[in-house]
Write a protein that binds this ligand. Structure first.
Ligand code: HEM
Length: 149
């Protein structure tokens, strides 16, 4: 029998795993020596990152309102707000790399031999590191909030 809560839970998990997979792929691509086709791939993956993050938000909000426990269960939970704050911080940390990737792909279009300056690449990598560190907190908050903490 159709179960809305279960459906949202499955979609939420799939979207979250996709998001984590995309961040891992960015980590692999964003290395010294990045250029050409790899750079184009990185920019394409980063666009998917935006789509996956959007899905996580939409499905997450749907779970808050139609997940079965009622939105009151979540708005009173510090763990829920901790999770929202952590997700917001991850989103903000992803902005500077996205801007850099788009600038690099423009440079690549003008000059096929273009490679990102090492200092800029290292800076984007630092942002990605920080994203991963904060992202680890989110499932911890999620598990606690689901159990009423
Ligand atoms: C706007 C963003 C998000 C919203 C509104 C949201 C909302 C929710 C809601 C309502 C639940 C159901 C909890 C329950 O069973 O009572 C949930 C579960 C969960 N969320 Fe999210 N979520 C968001 C983003 C994320 C992200 C980015 C991650 C991971 C990186 C994540 C990981 C999880 C996990 C692992 C669970 C299952 C917790 C458990 O049952 O133990 N969520 N989320």
């Amino acid at each position: 029998m159709f179960n809305l809560d279960l459906t949202f839970a499955i979609l939420h998990h799939l979207a979250v795993f996709t998001l984590v997979g995309i961040i891992a792929a960015e980590f692999v691509l964003l290395r010294p020596g990045l250029s050409g086709q790899r750079l184009t791939q990185l920019a394409a993956i980063d666009r998917l990152y935006g789509i996956a993050a959007g899905l996580v938000i939409i499905i997450g909000i749907a779970r808050v309102f139609w997940g079965g426990k009622g939105w009151e269960f979540y708005v009173g939970s510090n763990m829920f707000w901790g999770k929202m704050l952590a997700f917001l911080v991850v989103g903000l940390l992803s902005v500077p790399p996205t801007i850099a990737f788009s600038r690099w792909t423009s440079s690549l279009a003008a000059d096929p031999a273009f490679a990102p300056p090492p200092a800029e690449l290292a800076r984007s990598r630092r942002f990605l590191h920080a994203e991963v560190l904060i992202l680890v907190l989110i499932p911890i908050f999620a598990a606690a909030m689901a159990r009423g903490y």
